[in-house]
Design a protein around this ligand. Structure first.
Ligand SMILES: Cc1cc2nc3c(=O)[nH]c(=O)nc-3n(C[C@H](O)[C@H](O)[C@H](O)COP(=O)(O)OP(=O)(O)OC[C@H]3O[C@@H](n4cnc5c(N)ncnc54)[C@H](O)[C@@H]3O)c2cc1C
Length: 544
């Protein structure tokens, strides 16, 4: 084994690996990032998928990226520019009408379906805002760890959480409890009566969540999607010019500026562990797939915890309970993702025309009601009608080229199709069904915009298996593990390992399988760096 050639080895160059590496290097540590693919960025990358057409391959829209990460890593100076959609959502409906959410016309638009809902909508947003303010704070901190020993830092951290929750009045605390425990369906039904409004708001509860909107805990997934902001505007979603790869390219540049060594095509095959009899093992290095071995005093994993503990660490190196619980760690978000090259814009029956209109620049949601969402889940889950997908899927279509002319040739377009629900494991395997399901998604859009199918010049379809093969997303889980109450906060990924410190000594986790979970936030990476620097007695630490 070679001598340590750096202080920290980061396994995986996803955005959280890059963020963690940048903060550690900023504190003077010698950091090396090892990425399996030929490019860094993980699920936040831009790639060519059809000659002349580029798109954000997986993750496609920005809101959750933490403003402190943007500022600390000088992402704007490195070229990152995020633009807003013209309004949030456009829903073409089965009766030929369309529902629009967001922007100045929202009150009038909602009132067309229900005057009562239009009156209540500002109160609903205010309720979410009150909770989100506290949540945003908690997301930027390591959760208190639950351990058998008295650890002062954990007690102080618990007190800090309690102090922050005190900022909420009783009404706010009750709302918080509802949002963490109830279903999004129950919550929205208690607020509103019109189907399209509940669908537009409830979509956030099933994005990357293989569940019905009436599954308890789905309200949290909804909340998870509204804590972000774009250019200082809370809850808004936008587009990074150049695609999501522009974010991770800016992060890569800052890493390089801080002296981080980034190696691509460098797959880690194993975490090397040293063990003294009777003691917990200690991570001391990695073995790469090409046969090299590298050592460092600190090993940080950006990988899904299931991938790390089941593939990179030999089972005998872990305690039995970790092995068993990681086997039960829930992964599989029910997502099917397509990138589509288009000769022209979709001509929606509910808003005709192929010339650019504001609805083309919004999140176009095919899925008119929570009932539709629920059926889509039941179909895929039950496998009653096919090998495991919704007969009538939910499709969000974002035509990124309407906001960004760097992605497609002039006059042509690229669209991201984010589709729910598909079973993570279909009967007969995904290689046998990928194209059938891709055609279903195209037909689903075509039913609302009858020029869509014929305008498709080419596409890339990513089933859960493809997401796993390409990005290491176990079960195709877009968040590195379900965002259920059993896998959040101090319990992400496991109770007792919820503060970025892993199951082995000197091993840390910094990916979306740690608090605060998935999304292009940069927060797991930032929080993990702070904990690592605390253990090493280093400063400056990223401020809480
Ligand atoms: C289809 C899809 C759509 C999404 N849409 C959005 C969205 O619109 N907005 C949003 O905010 N979030 C979205 N997300 C979620 C978000 O993209 C992820 O939660 C986030 O990018 C994960 O970042 P990460 O750094 O934690 O992990 P990852 O991005 O998964 O990075 C892990 C890295 O580790 C590498 N790796 C794996 N195994 C090894 C190994 N053995 N050796 C070395 N390297 C290895 C991988 O190649 C990868 O680069 C989406 C995700 C997907 C998949």
């Amino acid at each position: 084994m070679t001598e340590p050639d750096c202080d920290v080895l980061v396994i995986g160059g996803g955005h959280n690996g890059l963020v963690c590496a940048a903060y550690l290097a900023g504190a003077g540590l010698k950091v090396r990032v090892l990425e399996r693919r030929g490019i860094v960025g993980g699920a936040a990358v831009t790639e060519e998928f059809h000659p002349g057409f580029r798109n954000s391959t997986a993750s496609y829209t920005v809101s959750l990226l933490n403003p402190r990460v943007i500022a600390d890593l000088r992402l704007a100076e490195h070229g990152l520019r995020v633009v807003e959609r013209s309004y949030a959502n456009f829903l073409p409906l089965p009766d030929g009408r369309a529902f629009r959410l967001g922007g100045e016309q929202t009150h009038a638009e909602v009132a067309k379906w229900s005057a009562r809902d239009a009156g209540r909508l500002p109160d609903y947003y205010a309720m979410l805002d009150r909770v989100v303010v506290v949540l945003r704070e908690l997301m930027q901190r390591a959760p208190p760890n639950v351990s058998d020993r008295f650890v002062l830092a954990d007690w102080l951290s618990s007190l800090d959480v309690a102090r922050r929750l005190k900022h909420l009045d009783m009404r706010g605390r009750r709302d918080l409890l509802d949002l963490f425990t109830k279903s999004a369906g129950e919550l929205l039904d208690s607020w509103f009566e019109s189907g399209p409004l509940k669908a537009a708001l409830g979509w956030d509860s099933v994005v990357g969540n293989f569940a019905s909107p009436y599954t308890p805990g789905s309200a949290y997934v909804l909340l998870h999607h509204v804590f972000g902001e774009v250019n200082g505007k809370s809850g808004v979603w936008g587009h990074a010019i150049g695609g999501m790869g522009a974010i991770t390219e800016a992060m890569r540049k800052e890493c390089v500026a801080r002296g981080v060594a980034i190696e691509t095509d460098a797959e880690v095959a194993q975490v090397l562990v040293e063990r003294v009899a009777g003691m917990r093992g200690k991570a001391v290095g990695v073995a790469l797939a090409d046969g090299r071995e590298l050592r460092a005093a600190t090993i940080v994993s950006n990988l899904n915890p299931k991938l790390l503990y089941q593939k990179l660490v030999a089972p005998g190196q872990l305690d039995e309970d970790t092995v068993e619980r990681i086997a039960r760690y829930r992964c599989g978000s029910g997502t099917f993702r397509m990138n589509v090259a288009l000769s022209e814009l979709p001509d929606f029956s509910a808003a005709p025309g192929t010339q650019l209109q504001p609805h083309h620049q919004s999140g176009i949601l095919i899925g008119p009601s929570l009932r539709y969402f629920e059926q889509a889940y039941f179909d895929a889950k039950s496998k009653e009608h096919n090998a495991g997908w919704s007969r009538a899927p939910i499709v969000e279509l974002v035509i990124s080229s309407t906001l960004d002319d760097t992605l497609a040739p002039p006059g042509q377009h690229v669209a991201s199709l984010f589709c729910q629900h598909v079973h993570p494991e279909v009967d007969g395997g995904w290689d046998a069904h990928r194209d059938t399901v891709a055609r279903l998604m195209i037909d689903t859009v075509d039913a609302c915009a009858p020029n869509f199918r014929r305008s498709v010049l080419g596409y890339e379809a990513l089933s859960p298996l493809d997401l796993e093969r390409r990005f290491g997303l176990v079960g195709g889980d877009i968040f590195h593990g379900a965002l259920g109450p059993d896998q959040l906060f101090s319990a992400r990924p496991l109770l007792g390992q919820g503060n970025y410190r892993g199951a082995l000594g000197q091993l840390y986790l910094c990916g979306s399988g740690t608090h605060p979970g998935g999304g292009v936030t940069g927060l797991p990476g930032r929080n993990a760096a702070r904990e690592i620097l605390r253990d090493l007695g280093r400063s400056p630490r990223p401020s809480p």
